[in-house]
Design a protein around this ligand. Structure first.
Ligand code: A2P
Length: 424
């Protein structure tokens, strides 16, 4: 006698469009290309996702950690997900019955289609996959961050108390230092965290703009010590990646703000790219352009703590096209040499050879190696996506030349929350 046909229920991985700040972290992290996006949403291909969980920890907002139990054959297609403004409600009849693992192709592929990956529907790998290159945990001594105190439905209003350019007026690169004050509203932050800014107005098809993410450039106790304010480092976007003229919606909005203007803010976000609190920890910071924001925050916090006895070393590698395009050039050079070891790399100085941060690191190999040997060294990389490979490559070379086994050290630094990568 035939028994009843089992109904397969999938625990479908979804991204909450209401919380997602479209930072691309999940898509970059996914080892099997199960995540895609359009100008509206980031979505998960049900026929590809194998529930490896690599994307869960790096997501700054937690938007990635959403699941719905659905009939496998009726998994939400990519095309549907791309139109969502909010997640669908869970069907009570299926709740709690789903198992993780990709749905059969065809049920959920949608326009973007399947990637062809054929991962097993294996147990999730909690804590991230080997293909994730940086830490998905914070330093052991990091302070506990607050996250998601405000979302796009209930943002907090901050007042602009400062907005000025931090690149030379003669250069094309218009980078602004913008200070936002939260008054009496709670907005606790840590160095390395980010916030979301919701630009006013709507897109061409009448939807509200989604929030854009910016790293905080000031320390936890305020841009001005003891004040409930923070700073951002924002580059005015005037061209797209192909060099075509475009006006970046949020960056232009922010760079044009005047003192007294009120801004809608979400967040704070981020629970891993945080600095160690123990006073003898060393910071090796590598950045380009506006990737300087978290480095400025950490450096300034250490500078304020130094007076209270922090002893760890700070070494900075900072790349820009020219001296004039390096944000905060003047203040950076005013920091005492015995406090921070600053190394600048300029790629487009007329008459000088092109230099990237990796080249500067190579030149300082002995000192970088000394830091790599130290178990209290924490590495932070922030800026252009392209530099990530180059920086990891030069770290490998420097480690190798110093007799360190980079593969072992890399794994160790990752699991100990000592290698943080944030590139875009
Ligand atoms: P480049 O002159 O080749 O563009 P940007 O001004 O676009 O934000 O870039 C900041 C700096 O990072 C520039 O000096 C830029 O050099 C440099 N850069 C570009 N690609 C890489 C890379 N793959 N590795 C390191 N630095 C890079």
């Amino acid at each position: 006698m035939n028994g009843p046909v089992p109904v397969e229920v999938l625990k479908q991985h979804l991204i909450d469009p209401e919380i997602c700040i479209r930072c691309n972290t999940c898509e970059e992290t996914c080892p099997i290309d199960a995540i895609t996006h359009d100008e509206n949403n980031y979505v998960v291909r049900a026929d590809t996702c194998n529930g490896c969980m690599a994307c869960i920890s790096p997501c700054p907002t937690g938007a990635i950690d959403n699941w719905r139990d659905v009939l496998r054959a009726e998994a939400y297609a990519v095309d549907d997900q791309l139109t969502w403004d909010e997640l669908p409600v869970q069907d009570d009849a299926l709740a709690g019955q789903g198992t993780i693992g990709e749905a059969s192709a065809g049920a959920a592929g949608g326009a973007s289609g399947a990637s062809g990956a054929s991962a097993d529907s294996s147990e999730p790998v909690i804590g991230g996959s080997d293909l994730v290159r940086g830490s998905v945990v914070p330093p052991w001594s990091a302070a506990k961050p607050y996250v998601n105190l405000y979302n796009h439905k209930a943002p907090v209003q901050a007042t602009v108390v400062g907005n000025y350019r931090v690149t030379d007026a003669s250069t094309e690169s218009d980078i602004h230092h913008i200070v936002l004050d939260f008054g009496k509203q709670p907005f606790p932050v840590l160095e390395g965290q980010s916030i979301g800014i919701i630009p006013p107005g709507t897109t061409a098809d009448g939807r509200a703009h989604h929030a854009r993410q910016y790293s905080i450039a000031s320390p936890r106790d305020g841009e001005r010590p003891g004040y409930n304010n923070l700073a951002l480092t924002v580059k005015r976007v005037t061209k797209d990646h192909q060099g075509q003229a475009v006006g970046g919606v949020c960056s232009n909005y922010l760079c044009d703000l005047k003192k007294g203007d009120v801004v809608n803010v979400m967040g704070p976000f981020g629970s891993t790219f945080l600095m160690p609190n123990h006073a003898d920890s060393h910071l090796l910071m590598i950045c380009t352009g506006t990737g300087a924001a978290p480095m400025r925050a950490m450096t300034e916090y250490r500078r304020r703590r130094r007076m209270k006895g922090a002893t760890g070393k700070l070494m900075l590698f900072f790349g820009a096209r020219t001296q004039g395009e390096l944000p905060y050039f003047g203040p950076l050079l005013n920091l005492p040499k015995d406090f921070i070891d600053t190394n600048l790399a300029f790629s487009r100085t007329p008459g000088s050879p092109k230099r990237y941060v990796q080249d500067a690191m190579r030149e300082r190999a002995a000192d970088v190696a000394a830091l790599l040997r130290h178990e209290h060294t924490y590495i932070y990389v922030c800026g252009l996506k392209g530099m990530e490979d180059g920086v990891l490559q030069v770290l490998q070379t420097i480690a190798g030349e110093a007799g360190l086994d980079w593969q072992t050290l890399w794994q160790r630094m990752k699991t100990e929350g000592r290698l943080h990568l944030e590139t875009y």
